[in-house]
Design a protein around this ligand. Structure first.
Ligand code: AGP
Length: 369
């Protein structure tokens, strides 16, 4: 067991630290940044299905569903194809409208999630083309789908998904860019620049992992909080959801993720001096809006832990704690902003003496409906 954990105390921590390599393994051979080329046989061989699709429906559960949401933002923003993201368990039971003009993307680390598998079978029976994004080679979902792309994260043992999430986002980014370039939505030189920035992500994740001690200090301050709120906008809204899921599943602290601007429609009522609020404030597009959300929290005495871009000064002046992430393309920030949240949940769970790798009531893959 100790050998398998590679010197780390838990599989989760090992898997968090494996992310730079996992991301490289996932894009290796699929992108040639300097040439501005993306090669993915699962997409290339079925390009017409994607280009003629009236919409793409992404189905998944849990963390994979959160990656799917990032995928929606990416594909709509870059490739301009309408995308819907569905919980597999809802999709399969609500008599959805699916036709042969739909492309369904099913995302699953294990490839064995019963609801996702059932959603795939339903979509296929209605004539849709189904593409899988799985980590486990030869899994049921990998076999059931018409085509697909593996994430090459390596085995994920910790019940709390970490490297599966970032590698799923890596694949979805490549898909979005491939479709965007094929449709002429981005130029060759834009694609080249984007891929060159993507190539820098693993090193940036590696640098970011060095903030472990700082995150540990923040974890020690908030480990006894009964509730936490996670806020993000745009590409980072799903990261807020994922941050909250990570915390609740391994530390058993109640946490909610919200789009930052929705705060004023309800959650703001929860804010007082006992409420830690984790805010992702890296957005370039809506930066001022997020800053004003942070000010609203401050004026209600909420504790603010902000994720900002290196060099930020405005949020630094207001927040109780800041964690800096390296500068990158906005669409790539989820690959960075999610790292501090993973570390934070890990340290809080360890400090609370919880079973990090096998939290109560949870299974690594949910093979029951
Ligand atoms: C994530 O930390 C969870 N343990 C869980 O939500 C998981 O992502 C979900 O069950 C889906 O699993 P899959 O990716 O193997 O289909």
């Amino acid at each position: 067991d100790q050998i398998e954990k590679g010197g780390y105390d838990h599989f989760m921590l090992k898997e968090i630290h494996e992310q730079p390599k996992a991301i490289i393994d996932t894009y290796r051979g699929r992108m040639l940044p300097d040439e501005g080329i993306i090669r993915m046989s699962g997409i290339d061989n079925h390009m017409n299905k994607f280009l003629n699709a009236e919409r793409i429906i992404i189905v998944a559960c849990g963390t994979s569903w959160h990656a799917g949401l990032v995928g929606e933002y990416l594909i709509e923003d870059k490739a301009r194809i309408p995308v819907e993201v569905e919980y597999a368990s809802e999709f399969r039971y609500r008599n959805p409208i699916i036709t042969s003009k739909d492309v369904v993307i099913a995302i699953s680390q294990s490839g064995e999630t019963a609801d996702t598998l059932a959603a795939i079978k339903l979509a296929k029976s209605k004539g849709a083309f189904v593409f899988g994004i799985c980590n486990v080679v030869g899994s049921s979902i990998a076999r059931e789908t018409d085509a697909g792309a593996y994430t090459h994260a390596g085995p994920e043992i910790g019940v709390a998904s970490t490297k599966a999430f970032t590698t799923q986002i890596t694949v979805l980014t490549l898909i979005a860019l491939k479709l965007a370039s094929k449709k002429g939505e981005i130029s060759k030189s834009e694609l080249r620049t984007f891929l060159q920035k993507m190539q820098l992500i693993p090193k940036k994740v590696e640098d970011l992992l060095k903030i472990d001690e700082k995150v540990k200090e923040i974890a020690a301050v908030y480990k006894d909080a009964p509730n936490c709120l996670y806020l993000g906008r745009g590409f980072n809204f799903p990261v807020a959801l994922e941050g909250a899921l990570k915390l609740k599943e391994i530390s058993y602290i109640h946490a909610e993720g919200y789009p930052a601007a929705e705060m004023k429609h309800g959650p703001i009522a929860l804010i007082d001096e006992n409420m830690p609020i984790f805010v992702i404030a890296t957005n370039k597009g809506h930066y001022e809006k997020v800053v004003s959300n942070i000010q609203e929290i401050k004026s209600r005495a909420g504790k603010i832990i902000a994720i900002v871009t290196e060099g930020d000064t405005q949020v630094k002046d207001i927040a109780d704690h800041v964690i800096e992430i390296p500068e990158t393309e906005e669409a790539l920030t989820p690959l960075l902003t999610t790292i501090p949240f993973q570390l934070l949940s890990y340290h809080i769970a360890v400090m609370l003496n919880k079973n990090v790798d096998q939290p109560r009531n949870l299974a690594k893959s949910v093979t029951v409906e």
